[in-house]
Design a protein around this ligand. Structure first.
Ligand code: ADP
Ligand code: MG
Length: 353
């Protein structure tokens, strides 16, 4: 059994079921993100793990012990929230030592632990300051130190970076991940930011409307999304809708043109619709020869982003977006010109047509 084992967890508020059959095992020391749009139930899952919300049904086991119906203070979890939840009338040292004081630890041992925590977050000189004297990034580091001071079994982070400036957000990502690895603390991290989830996690749970859409490593989630929702939420993606001409050989009609899909369409029938997912970086403009898949269309837009040129090609109702690298020695394509896009046959077929 995993260190944190969540089974068939459900939560309704009145008639509104906001978490539907959530199942997840998190290994000791693992960093798992819950990723999904606002309102999909991420915080509710975290609050049930913390004990701030009682599940409608289901089980939560930590280190083998069933905790789903225990109060928060008997669960030994540390939680950090989006908005800085430091006590404004306490110094940094008092904030970090708060949980230890509640646990009636001796003064000297609290002081020692607070010192260690301040070293750990690389802010040894701020012990006597008040929260309002700190930057947003410093406040979140203190909030993390406070959560970790009591040596929790599990660390829960609810969008801890989303209120911060872009630059600090990126550097704190790395800091949090480094700290988590160093301590080996089992962590559940909530975010709606796909880049954050991709860059920080061992595994990601993609959620939509209270449901788990897919669980996998960042590599798996990005490269092999199973559903249309995951594909479009996790990256800029081209969805090609087509009609299967031959399920066995993988022939498909898209925008009145025939393409081929390696591996065919197992479990599908000829004549059915199918949706393919293509990432912009896997597609290129070509001169119309070669054995890859090709679709003819017209250049609809050319976006210059410095290192990358993003080109949109329309083939009837299908619009394909592709990225090419800037090259000072070649001209940008022209809007309205005929163009052929090429992409490999091993494209992804989504599970939902
Ligand atoms: P997320 O963190 O993914 O944005 P939440 O877990 O906060 O989503 O909320 C999921 C859904 O549950 C939302 O529709 C929200 O309005 C609803 N919800 C959350 N908490 C409560 C509550 N205490 N009472 C009623 N509805 C709630
Ligand atoms: Mg939330």
């Amino acid at each position: 059994m995993a260190y944190l084992e969540i089974a068939d967890l459900k939560k309704s508020f009145g008639a509104n079921q906001v978490v539907k059959a959530f199942d997840l095992g998190v290994e000791r020391g693992e960093f798992v993100s819950l990723l999904g749009p606002s309102g999909c139930g991420k915080t509710t899952v975290l609050r049930m793990v913390a004990g701030f919300e009682t599940p409608s049904s289901g089980s939560i086991r930590m280190d083998g012990q069933e905790v789903a119906r225990l109060p928060p203070n008997q669960r030994n979890v540390g939680m950090v929230f989006q908005a800085y939840a430091l006590f404004p009338n306490m110094t940094v040292a008092e904030n970090i030592g708060f949980g230890l004081k509640i646990a009636k630890r001796p003064q000297a041992s609290i002081a020692k632990r607070v010192g260690q925590m301040l070293e750990m977050i690389k802010l040894p000189h701020i012990a006597d300051r008040y929260p309002f004297q700190l930057s947003g990034g410093q406040q979140q580091r203190v909030a993390i130190a406070r959560a970790l001071a009591v040596e929790p079994k599990i660390l829960l982070l609810d969008e801890p970076l989303s209120a911060l400036d872009a630059k600090i957000r990126v550097s704190l990502r790395e800091e949090i991940r480094a700290l988590q690895k160093e301590l080996g603390i089992t962590t559940l991290f909530v975010t709606h930011d796909q880049e954050e989830a991709l860059s920080m996690s061992d595994r990601i749970v993609v959620m939509s409307e209270g449901r788990m859409e897919q669980v996998g490593t960042p590599f798996e989630i990005y490269n092999f999304p199973r559903t249309r929702f995951v594909a479009s939420f996790v990256g800029t993606l081209n969805l090609l809708k087509g009609r299967i001409l031959d399920a066995g050989s993988g022939r498909l009609l898209v925008a009145d043109q025939e393409i081929g899909v390696a591996g065919g369409f197992p479990g599908r029938s000829t004549g059915e619709e199918a949706t393919l997912a293509l990432r912009p970086e896997g597609i290129r403009l070509c001169d119309g020869t070669g054995d890859a898949n090709r679709l003819n269309g017209v250049i609809e837009d050319v976006g210059f982003h410095g290192p990358i040129v993003r080109i949109r090609v329309r083939c009837q109702d299908t619009v394909i977006s592709l990225d090419s690298f800037n090259s000072p020695s070649s001209q940008l394509p022209e809007r309205g010109a005929a163009a052929t896009v090429a992409f490999p046959r091993d494209v992804l077929v989504l599970a939902d047509a």
